[in-house]
Design a protein around this ligand. Structure first.
Ligand code: CP
Ligand code: NVA
Length: 301
């Protein structure tokens, strides 16, 4: 793996990255393995967790991170992506990009001689999902679980589908018509699932949450979807993760959310702040998982 643009790029390294994440969490990897290395972090959208976990992660590994808002770069004034990518590679050892369009990150990677990491696009959020898998494994001591994702089949859901199919987890996406995950991603996940044995389903039936070990949701209005806000809130209103939904899931089910959350929309306060929620551990795990990804991509580069 040279770049991490889609979770599928890490197909062959997924278990290794998961194991490394756990080792970083337990402080089993000593020293400053990325001493002298610099990561550029280009942001076209807001971020709390991704920015801080990558920045602190680089620091803890002995390297440095540069925060670059797209508005401060010449790319924001029209410099083309290939030129920016070629120049960046002369200064830094890796580039993490949070972009609106997935295609822009793909294009950047084509011209980049250094590894490119997707820090969220409209299509995927692979770095989030590495932290999610670590969180599930820590809580369930196995990945032989059923994850139910309720709500909008968005970027986080797309990466979760690929991860589930790669790690052999069962995943059901429960969403209203028109909010299904990306078609190509579903096809790819089904292909991986044939090999791993995971059961992947997409349904509009809320009852499919029955017995789920993991109940996951994300915002109904992702960054960039603000123009459709009122329609989305109306279409998705029956897909809220609340106490009634939790009664249908397994009694020991955990509740996950990548954050930021909107209490009262996709999830209630009682559930996200309740005893089944693991969202704070999940957020912490971004740091450990991001260190594993950086170690894997930048150390060997
Ligand atoms: N979950 C996540 O990526 O959060 P941020 O948008 O704060 O980075
Ligand atoms: N689906 C959300 C995730 C935020 C981390 C968004 O794209 O805004």
């Amino acid at each position: 793996m040279k770049h991490l643009l889609s979770f599928s790029d890490a197909k062959n390294e997924a278990y290794e990255i998961l194991e490394l994440s756990g080792k970083f969490k337990e402080r089993l990897i000593a020293g400053k393995p990325l001493e002298g290395k610099t990561l550029a972090m280009i942001f076209e959208k807001s971020s709390t967790r991704t920015r801080v976990s990558f920045e602190v992660g680089m620091y803890q590994l002995g390297g440095e991170a540069l925060y670059l808002s797209i508005n401060d770069l010449q790319i924001g004034r029209g410099e083309i992506i290939p030129d920016t990518a070629r120049v960046m590679g002369r200064y830094v050892d890796g580039v993490m990009i949070r972009a609106i369009e997935h295609d822009d990150v793909e294009e950047f990677s084509k011209y980049s001689k250094v590894p490119v990491i997707n820090g969220l696009t409209n299509k995927e959020h692979p770095c989030q999902v590495f932290a999610d898998i670590l969180t599930i494994y820590e809580n369930k001591k196995s990945l032989n679980v059923h994850l139910a994702f309720l709500g909008d089949g968005n970027n986080v859901c797309n990466s979760l589908l690929l991860a589930s199919a790669i790690f052999g987890m069962d995943m059901t996406v429960i969403c209203p018509p028109g909010y299904e995950p990306n078609k190509e991603i579903i096809e790819l996940a089904l292909k991986y699932a044939k090999k791993s044995g995971s059961n992947i389903k997409i349904t509009e039936k809320i009852g499919a949450v029955k017995g789920a070990d993991v109940v996951y949701t994300d915002v109904w209005v992702s960054m960039g979807d603000e123009n459709d806000e009122s329609k989305r809130l109306k279409d998705l209103r029956n897909y809220q993760v609340n106490e009634n939904i939790m009664k249908e899931a397994h009694p020991k089910a955990i509740v996950m959310h990548c954050l930021p959350a909107v209490r009262g929309q996709e999830i209630t306060k009682e559930v996200i702040d309740g005893p089944q929620s693991v969202v704070w551990d999940q957020a912490e795990n971004r740091l450990h998982a991001q260190k594993a990804i950086l170690y894997k991509l930048l150390k060997e580069y």
